[in-house]
Write a protein that binds this ligand. Sequence first.
Ligand SMILES: Cc1cc2nc3c(=O)[nH]c(=O)nc-3n(C[C@H](O)[C@H](O)[C@H](O)COP(=O)(O)OP(=O)(O)OC[C@H]3O[C@@H](n4cnc5c(N)ncnc54)[C@H](O)[C@@H]3O)c2cc1C
Length: 306
Amino acid sequence: MTTKQFLDVAIIGGGPAGLNAALVLGRARKNVVVIDEGRPRNAVTRATHGFLTRDGISPGEFRRIAKEEISSYPSVTFVGDAAVAITGSDGHFQITTAQGNTITSKKVLFAVGMKDQPLDIPGLAEAYGKSAFVCPYCDGWELRDQPLVIIAKGADAMHLAPLISGWTKQFTICTNGPDELTDDQREEMQQHQVPVFDSPIRFIDSSEGIVRQVVLEDGTSIPCRGIFFKPTLVTGSDLPQAMGCSMTEMGAVVVDDFGKTSVPGVYSAGDAASRLHQAVAAASMGAFVAAAMNNEMNLEAWRRNG
Ligand SMILES: Cc1cc2nc3c(=O)[nH]c(=O)nc-3n(C[C@H](O)[C@H](O)[C@H](O)COP(=O)(O)OP(=O)(O)OC[C@H]3O[C@@H](n4cnc5c(N)ncnc54)[C@H](O)[C@@H]3O)c2cc1C
């Protein structure tokens, strides 16, 4: 077991949010550690889209370049490990890692992302990240004008149908059981000539991750080239809740406009604390929250020394 020096900030999570926070804090001359177990939610994908100057980059290459840039700032270090427990309070937190390291810091930033619940439709896991996706802003362009299946019911289906129609007019909705639509909503789908099937999905047929058809329990088979579905998400780590941070019903950390959680000295950024799940948004929030943390630490030091 090793104990690191007393740091300014321990950043838990090294995705776009945690890495951009590390860059800002490193440039602000803060002593920072990024503790990252290296299991980002988008690890299943080949390409990250919509990040200006990095459109189409692989998640691994994104992290490699980010770490290379951050390495110009010697006060930032990286630990490839999982944080498993945090004790203490604002000004002195103690983080224990799975490998038995102990890290002490004045502040904590949770940039732990979100995790998908296991996918319970046979064949969906094989296509996930290759031709089955969750966000049309991330992957809609690549599937434009293609025949698609949307797996969603009720309000989610009513949200996704108009959204996806901006990328393709050829799509079918599979509600995988009761559609949870009102009569008016069913009529709206009919008016837009969107077929809706409520038979449970038997399996998704794909080849090397590229979906070919969705096969339903009633024998219907729907040929398609891609899928969008609504995932079930949970927070990327139990630690914020274990520390007493308020959480939303959706499993996100509740933060104020500056990324402060309900626990003094503890902040959160990125997917873990936002409803907009995109790499560029996570990086932006990481940068903004890092600046807020830096302001607070500088002000605290100013007052202490005044
Ligand atoms: C299939 C798919 C495709 C996507 N495609 C795109 C795209 O094309 N464009 C786009 O902009 N966005 C895309 N996204 C969304 C994007 O991946 C996320 O918005 C972004 O990764 C969020 O960044 P983050 O830093 O908040 O979290 P993450 O990138 O998820 O990073 C969180 C990190 O924290 C680590 N961690 C968690 N708990 C601990 C702990 N206790 N100790 C140590 N480490 C911990 C995790 O292992 C992980 O490495 C996609 C998402 C999915 C699921």
